[in-house]
Design a protein around this ligand. Structure first.
Ligand SMILES: Cc1ncc(COP(=O)(O)O)c(C=O)c1O
Length: 395
């Protein structure tokens, strides 16, 4: 692929992706011998990316029946799938247990499924259990769930975690083998992992008859960014606490998403029209918040101009707007910056987590995805057009 790439497109820098994975693997593996990295499929479910991590030896961490089927379709064996989340189907739940997937139960509905079904051939089913605990009070202001508390897993403080364990212990064909402690935080701080790891210790001390084969601390790290905590720092905080009570035979599971894929991916789009309204110059691009900020969060983009702007004039207000007919589809406002012309390309950096596959199919369909491997470029996904949009429709 040597011709100039038509915008808009996402660009995956394979070298950076490789570096993130290698750095994470080496950092954690040096600290804890039994390690499983489960790539968080939802973070960016582009088949090329999922397959890339499969080839690196990662497991697929999935959170729905569709993601479970996707992981299978992409060639993960059942015992290389970590099955989490509140929307497992009963059928895939049983399939995962029979196939020795790592499965972390999330609710009493799933305990009902365990009561209703039994393993084939007198074997045991091994399960993990997701704990819901008040991380916010341990790290005030840091969690996404805030004072309300998280929605996932069994709550520790009100006794539901205890009750779930008691229910499970009544089922002679169930062995509780794992503890899942993922939490979503705004800060991704080292402090968060200190408290998560300490919770794992507390549970071990309190539930002496449980013998966890694995501790899954979840995802939520930073990665590939110089001014943020590094993988080795996360690995150190977690393992130095876990090793106080857990033997090194215990498997440590991490479920990275954004830390692997955010920094290596960018989105490239060009100016398609220029007009003046009141005191503003509006530059519409052939990209949109749909592509890189679908939840319309207040976001500061890190951008790079592909053309040389040094000889250009300074313009007071240039508003970069998306192609949709939503008035609020505004990506950024350039104040006292060099003048942009028609066809100038803007690269939005670090755009790989969540947004690429969280985009709505609204007005335009998915843009193409290109992989850059040193100076070689290849296509990971063609642009979706009407043909893809029409599939499975009846008139
Ligand atoms: C259970 C679970 N594991 C892993 C992740 C990945 O998190 P991140 O992309 O922040 O690393 C998430 C994201 O919310 C999650 O819910």
């Amino acid at each position: 692929m040597n011709e100039k790439i038509e915008t808009p497109y996402f660009l995956i820098d394979k070298e950076k992706l490789e570096k993130n994975f290698e750095d994470m693997y080496v950092a954690f593996k040096n600290k804890w011998k039994n390690l499983i990295i489960g790539y968080s499929v939802k973070t960016n479910s582009l088949p090329w990316i999922i397959n890339y991590f499969k080839e690196k030896g990662a497991y697929a961490e999935v959170v729905s029946k569709d993601e479970f089927e996707l992981a299978k379709a992409l060639g993960f064996s059942l015992n290389n799938i970590i099955y989490n989340g509140p929307i497992k189907s009963e059928k895939t739940f049983i399939e995962a247990l029979e196939g020795n997937s790592i499965l972390n139960i999330d609710s009493f509905t799933e305990i009902e499924w365990l009561k209703k079904n039994k393993p084939k051939n007198q074997r045991m089913w091994e399960i993990g259990i997701r704990i819901n605990f008040d991380l916010e009070s341990m790290c005030p202001g840091e969690t996404v769930m805030g004072q309300m508390g998280g929605r996932f897993g069994f709550n520790y403080e009100n006794g539901e975690f205890f009750n779930a364990i008691k229910e499970l212990e009544k089922l002679e064909y169930i062995k509780i083998s794992g503890l899942h402690l993922h939490n979503s935080t705004k800060t991704r701080s080292l402090n968060v992992y200190k408290d998560i790891s300490e919770m794992a210790i507390k549970i071990k001390e309190e539930f002496k008859n449980l013998n966890f084969k694995y501790i899954d601390v979840g995802g939520g790290f930073f990665g590939g960014l110089k001014d943020k905590p590094q993988f080795l720092e996360y690995a150190k905080v977690i393992t130095e606490i876990l090793e106080k009570k857990y033997s090194k035979d215990t498997t440590l599971i991490i479920e990275p998403g954004a830390s692997l894929v955010a920094s290596p991916i960018s989105f490239i789009s060009k100016v398609i029209s220029i007009k003046n309204v009141k005191e503003n110059r509006i530059l519409t691009i052939n990209g949109s918040c749909n592509n890189i900020n679908p939840l319309m969060r207040d976001k500061k983009f890190n951008i790079k101009f592909k053309n040389d702007l040094t000889a250009r004039n300074i313009i007071k207000n240039q508003i970069i707007a998306g192609y949709t007919c939503m008035e609020n589809d505004i990506l950024l406002c350039l104040k006292n910056e060099k003048e942009l012309f028609l066809n100038d390309e803007i690269e939005f950096l670090n755009m790989g987590s969540y947004t690429m596959t969280l985009s709505p199919l609204f007005i335009e369909y998915f843009p193409k995805v290109i992989v850059k491997d040193k100076d070689k470029y290849s296509i990971a996904r063609e642009r979706w057009a009407v043909k893809e949009f029409l599939q499975k429709n009846y008139l």
